[in-house]
Write a protein that binds this ligand. Sequence first.
Ligand SMILES: Cc1ncc(COP(=O)(O)O)c(C=O)c1O
Length: 399
Amino acid sequence: MTQISKRGAALGTENAFVVLAEVERLRSAGKDIVSFCIGQPDISTPAHICEAAIQAIKDGHTGYTPSAGIQPLRNAVANYINRTRKVDVDADDVICGCGAKPFIGYTIQAVTDHNVKNEVIYPVPGFPIYESQIRANGAIPVALPLRKNLDFHFDLEELADRINSKTRLIIINSPHNPTGVVFDRNYLEKLAEIIAPWENLWVLSDEPYYAFVYEQEFVSIASIKDMLERTVIVDSVSKTYSMTGWRVGYAVNKKLAPVFSRMVTNTDSCAPHPNQYAALTALSGNQDSVENMRNKFRSRRDHIVDGLNSIPGIQCRLPEGAFYAWPDVTELCEKAGIKDSVKLAERLLHEAGVAVLADAHFGSPLKVEGQHLRFSYACPLKQIDLGLQRIRNFVQSLL
Ligand SMILES: Cc1ncc(COP(=O)(O)O)c(C=O)c1O
């Protein structure tokens, strides 16, 4: 009988897509659902970026490109990264691909070997693809909790305890999905101090929410002393320019660039050619749309956090970045006799017509950290208000 490999079976999924499919199913059955599930801006890709892709098609830029990406895009990414991350990288260090996501798996494949007990440290809660790719590639996932009592930062002693001679990679993600936490320079310097003595330890800095930091300065760990060489900066045009479906992202690291280039050759061949021209215009053209989107998201953030905090049993911290709110619903679950956040999310979907994700969708939650939900507020204010009103009514009917 044919069998599926352990690798194939070990691949996890991203529950946002699973819940999204359920939302679509309910909607097509005539149900009215307010969705806070999907992590993508509700704003159209700016017109000048779309025009660049149309022009590229008219100019015949429709064939394969070098796997690393067209040279003008690699140059533009290097300039952009130097400008926004305050580092000094060359275009040769940049490899373009189909979004930021493939580079998570590529990095794990490039720095760990299969079944030799190489360990990878990753945040929980965190983007589910980290654990999925670590497992599927035969490395050992080492979850590092973001602690509620430390404002959803790692406990630095816990980090130090988890690093050993088998640790090959630590993944950090700031601004963070799902908590919206942003690591400041002081904290990143402390992380770097712990990492520095371990010579064979890489850092994957997953930065697709770079542009969505609301009050403070964005700092990449790559800009901290001695960190650039061992850090893979991963970013994309997906969120910053509202281009999730265009599938253009990139990774930056001198030593790994040739490996990434071969990985792209072995998988997608290259990112879509016309879309590389669109990304080039996005990164090097007018940046007003980014500023506008950031301002819009900041007022939505304030609105949804205030609204959530006004509902009995819900407490929500003000996230400093990304476009996610991460309310603590422990008290609500306890008072309403609901087992946990997964059950609460299910009931919100089916009884209140509101779709959200639960903490369990971002790695196995620790009991001591309580129950949380994730709301993506990348949706219009009107929808936020309608969703909040539905939750308020639902909660009132329970308490
Ligand atoms: C933390 C994180 N990393 C990476 C990605 C992948 O983004 P993309 O592949 O669209 O660039 C996402 C998308 O939701 C994300 O939340």
